[in-house]
Design a protein around this ligand. Structure first.
Ligand SMILES: Cc1cc2nc3c(=O)[nH]c(=O)nc-3n(C[C@H](O)[C@H](O)[C@H](O)COP(=O)(O)OP(=O)(O)OC[C@H]3O[C@@H](n4cnc5c(N)ncnc54)[C@H](O)[C@@H]3O)c2cc1C
Length: 416
């Protein structure tokens, strides 16, 4: 056992007196149904980052509670959608390529353990223009790291996917082992697995902590308090609301629309197997095949306006539908005029540089902040959770890439 692990358990046993918002005497067991109110770790937020953090912490033998105010993978959460892309290409950025590859192994492991379909190996097709730097760099990174892929000429693209009108696209990369994750189902499966292994699942809104030093407990809005040695706030787009001074300008949620178009009856050309997941960063748009008969998914990858995850209305706009329909008709001619059969409004929780935020709270030494998924975080949930659990265990500083110090107080974007 490492010294940090000993200290961790000892603090938990002692009730973690210190700079907490709630005194030990205030600890209630009401919401806990009689379970112990002290844990090695409490994870606040059961989105993809919190779920996998709880899963890894539990796997390493810790007592864990995971608390969410609306429930795991709820409709307001960034992880609450139907599907998410998992791709390996990330330009020159090896960090995310490695995390994505490792995460896919863990997603498959979770799927096997839960007995549920969480991944569709539909393949991912990058549609590129001549000297498209992100795609050119991705090609080099995939080759360097030995990730299976094909570089395809315009002619090869046209032969393989006759249902696509490639327009200005001159070449592409195909990742055959990548594809689509079932988002809400995956998060719920992860929380269920953590719970099956002993993690305690709670519903409640955790109030923001304050003070300095060591936090002893967090309070739920109903007055219940939960003490722990470590607290992980994995609250996605809610992080700036919980920590306004620290994160108010470092994470900025934007409104994002997702459209599902109905495919023609009996037409299998848009189902996984015939149609890959595709990304066209030149047009800032991507989409997924008709997975589990939900519809042909299309989503613009541009930042929308600022968005409140609690109160924001989740109806798509007529302009958004028209723009998506225009693109679909142009790129996939057989879907011209296809009806909108479903839609989602979600939010990105953007950091200034598109990198995740994983760090200790600067004033509360046993509080972790985990978020900043920036529109590409879902696939990496397993690797993020593992990284957080490892830093809690070994006490080492986080890498500069994900640290609070590298997140500017500025609302600009980097596209990943
Ligand atoms: C439209 C859209 C498309 C996307 N596409 C992709 C994609 O294709 N591939 C990809 O990898 N990523 C994608 N992403 C990004 C990815 O979905 C997010 O980065 C990721 O889901 C963020 O997860 P999270 O756990 O940080 O946040 P969330 O999923 O939002 O989870 C935070 C949780 O915290 C809870 N919470 C908040 N405050 C409190 C509180 N006070 N007390 C208790 N609970 C609280 C909330 O209820 C919520 O469940 C997409 C995002 C969107 C919106």
């Amino acid at each position: 056992m490492t010294s940090s692990r000993r200290e961790f358990l000892a603090t938990a046993a002692a009730g973690a007196v210190g700079a907490g918002v709630v005194s030990r005497s205030a600890v209630s067991r009401g919401a806990l149904g009689g379970a112990a109110a002290t844990f090695d770790a409490v994870v606040i937020g059961a989105g993809v980052f919190g779920a996998w953090t709880a899963w890894h912490l539990r796997r390493s033998g810790r007592s864990v509670a995971i608390v969410d105010e609306y429930g795991a993978g709820n409709s307001r959460a960034s992880s609450g959608g139907e599907t998410r892309v998992i791709r390996m290409g990330y330009g020159a950025d090896e960090w995310y390529t490695r995390w994505s590859r490792h995460s896919l192994e863990l997603w498959k492991e979770l799927a096997a353990a839960s007995g549920q379909r969480l991944f569709h190996a539909a393949g991912v097709l990058w549609m590129a223009r001549e000297q498209d730097p992100l795609t050119v760099d991705s090609l080099a990174t995939l080759a360097r790291l030995g990730v299976r892929h094909e570089k395809l000429s315009r002619g090869e693209l046209e032969t393989r996917w006759r249902q696509i009108e490639f327009g200005p696209v001159t070449w592409g990369i195909y990742e055959p082992d990548s594809g689509a994750l079932m988002a809400r189902r995956g998060v719920q499966a992860c929380v269920a697995e953590a719970a099956r292994e002993g993690a305690v699942k709670l519903t409640g809104a955790v109030l923001p902590p304050s003070g300095k030093g060591r936090l002893s407990a967090v309070a739920l809005r109903d007055g219940t308090a939960i003490s722990a040695a470590t607290f992980v706030f994995a609250c996605g787009p809610w992080l700036p609301k919980l920590f306004p001074e620290l994160l108010g300008e470092r994470i900025f949620p934007t409104r994002q629309e997702v459209f599902y178009f109905g495919v023609p009856p009996g037409d299998a050309r848009f189902a996984p197997g015939a149609m890959p997941v595709w990304v066209d960063f030149g047009e800032q748009i991507y989409g997924l095949p008709d997975i589990e008969s939900r519809g042909f998914k299309v989503a613009p990858d541009r930042h929308g306006p600022p968005f409140d995850p609690d109160t924001g209305e989740r109806l798509v706009t007529a302009q958004g539908v028209a723009a998506a329909q225009e693109f679909v008709g142009r790129r996939f001619p057989a879907l011209k005029g296809a009806p909108l059969v479903a839609s989602e409004v979600c939010q990105y929780e953007n950091s200034s540089n598109g990198d995740f935020l994983i760090d200790r709270h600067p004033d509360l030494e046993n509080v972790w902040l985990v978020g900043g998924g920036s529109g590409h975080g879902f696939k990496h949930g397993p690797a993020v959770g593992e990284y957080v659990a490892a830093r809690i265990e070994d006490g080492k500083p986080v890498d500069a890439k994900v640290s609070l110090a590298t997140k500017q107080k500025a609302q600009k974007r980097t596209v990943y």
